[in-house]
Design a protein around this ligand. Structure first.
Ligand code: ZN
Length: 195
């Protein structure tokens, strides 16, 4: 009898770690380095992938559906707020205002779980932990689930995933960034003309 597949082989990891930073990068670059410093931008990229450190749980024998499992507590909105609060404590080294550090990092971290809720595979996200262990998906799941195992990722399945992430993560993030940038320029021009 064939041995059961390793849980990581079944595990959608999506959007891939490559795509989560699209959100902080788009917002940070659009707001400019005077609002989001290089250090804060880098911290935002880290915060956007941080929740997936929970895959360590698979190695420790923690089940996917467990609250400490993948897409469990680390993907929750209250935890994103906490990560933002920690960043606010380090506003000095991050060369940022406290409120900006809090908002930017909390948003980067929260965007991870929200993007995962758009994927078409795996279990949902424990968005409200510790208030609830319930796993959530959005009603529409447009992002193709990514296989974690590399040998499957570098095949037709991986290509499908990358295409779907360009369409549903990078393109909307770029549009959001462009919208913010145009808004910032328009605001600056307006402020200049009323001076
Ligand atoms: Zn995730």
């Amino acid at each position: 009898m064939a041995s059961p597949p390793h849980p990581l082989d079944l595990e959608p990891f999506v959007p891939t770690v490559l795509s989560h930073p699209a959100v902080p990068l788009a917002i940070g670059l659009a707001l400019g380095s005077r609002v989001v410093s290089g250090r804060l931008l880098l911290a935002g990229v880290v915060a956007s992938v941080l929740p997936d450190l929970d895959v360590i749980g698979f190695r420790l024998g923690i089940g996917y559906a467990h609250e400490l499992g993948h897409r469990g507590f680390s993907h929750a909105l209250p935890v994103a707020l906490l990560v933002g609060a920690v960043a606010a404590l380090f506003a000095g080294p991050l060369r940022s205002r406290r409120l900006t550090a809090f908002l930017f990092i909390a948003l980067a971290c929260a965007s991870h779980g929200l993007l995962d809720m758009l994927t078409n595979g795996g279990l949902g996200v424990a968005l409200a932990w510790p208030l609830s262990e319930q796993r959530f998906f959005f009603p529409v799941q447009v992002i193709e689930a990514s296989p974690l195992s590399l040998h499957r990722f570098f095949g037709p399945a991986g290509l499908k995933v990358l295409k779907s992430e360009w369409l549903w993560v990078w393109l909307p993030a770029a549009a959001l960034g462009l919208g913010l940038f145009i808004g910032r320029m328009a605001h600056r021009r307006l402020a200049g003309s009323t001076r």
